[in-house]
Ligand binder design. Structure first.
Ligand SMILES: [Zn+2]
Length: 340
């Protein structure tokens, strides 16, 4: 199955203040990877902007109006979220790329990856936050539901908890939100006891890991909690919030993941999608603020999606640190997922 890459040089046209980690050079790194992919014969498409209809499934109308009003303007939306004159148009392309990735994997069957900025997973229904304007992955998940998909899994491997995505689907059993993240850490949410509410109880799975976790901790979390729950949920579509800021080189995150560790995580997610979702897998970038690590992880992710063999992670310190955290997650989730 062919992999579709969605990318645009326009993602570099969203400008943030000097010294801001979510800087335009991230888009240049991602677009260079996309161009290399295309020059090797890979499928590459520019994204369309997200429609108002698609955005309104997860964002409040007043919030969409407010962002529309920021076209052509520079503004500060929270202490670390800014717009420049082209930011709203660029953010619409990021959300549109996530939607197009979903359409590709639903219609063609192969995986897709949207190499986008700004990221999305902190954005709530009516709130820009943490570098995020529109919640790209949430827009994509809601688009899939609107197309008749019954069950969508969103797996968030960014070092930060995706509080926006969690909140948008917190009471919705059609969307399983699974996040592994550094905790305690920005934005402060994502404790093991946050499991969803109402009909959505059990369809939010948080795996909070202490700072310093590495490949072995993440892969243990995946093997003991994430993969068993994903397999039991049997999603019709797997969406990945692919933040690469748990990499050891990242200036914001405090984790010790390697590029090979990320490739292994993505490989297991692809295996779940192949086994349970007919291969329907859409990956959308989130954070990742060391340009070299961002490039390496994005390239490794594309390679994994394309079925290339990728070097396994090297030996890592004992994952004992993660065991206690994982015990709390299992305790919180066993009532909903008896197979754990
Ligand atoms: Zn992040």
């Amino acid at each position: 199955m062919a992999v579709l890459v969605l990318s645009s040089e326009r993602f570099a046209h969203h400008m943030t203040p000097p010294g801001h980690p979510e800087r335009y050079q991230r888009a240049e790194v991602l677009d260079a990877i996309a161009r290399r992919w295309a020059s090797g014969g890979g499928a590459l498409e520019p994204p369309p902007p997200a429609t108002r209809e698609a955005l309104a499934r997860v964002h409040d109308a007043w919030y969409l109006d407010r962002l529309d009003g920021l076209r052509g303007r520079a503004a500060m939306l929270d202490q670390d979220t800014f717009t420049s004159p082209e930011s709203v148009e660029v953010a619409l392309l990021a959300a549109g790329a996530a939607v197009a990735a979903v359409d590709h994997t639903l219609d063609e069957g192969g995986p897709a990856i949207a190499l986008v900025r700004p990221p999305g997973h902190h954005a709530g229904r009516g709130r820009a936050m943490g570098f995020c304007l529109y919640n790209n992955v949430a827009v994509a998940a809601a688009h899939a539901l609107a197309r008749g998909v019954g069950r969508v899994a969103v797996v968030d491997i960014d070092v930060h908890h995706g509080n926006g995505t969690q909140a948008i689907f917190y009471d919705d059993p059609r969307v399983l939100y699974v996040s592994v993240h550094q905790y305690p850490f920005y934005p402060g949410t994502g404790a093991a006891g946050e499991v969803g509410t109402g009909d959505g109880a059990g369809f939010t799975v948080n795996v909070p890991l202490a700072a310093g976790a590495g490949d072995a901790d993440y892969l243990l979390a995946q093997a003991t909690v994430m993969t068993p729950i994903l397999e039991a949920f049997a999603p019709d579509l797997v969406l990945v919030s692919a933040g690469f800021d748990a990499h050891a080189s990242d200036p914001l995150g405090g984790m010790r993941m390697t590029t090979e560790g990320y490739a292994a995580l993505v490989g297991h997610l692809k295996a779940v999608a192949d086994a349970r979702s007919d291969g329907r897998l859409a990956v959308v970038t989130e954070g990742g603020y060391d340009l070299s690590a961002l490039a390496a992880c994005a390239q490794a992710t594309i390679d994994v999606l394309a079925g290339k063999a990728v070097a396994p992670p090297g030996p890592d310190a004992s994952p004992d640190r993660a065991r206690e955290a994982l015990a709390a997650v299992l305790e919180a989730q066993r009532a909903f997922w008896p197979g754990l």
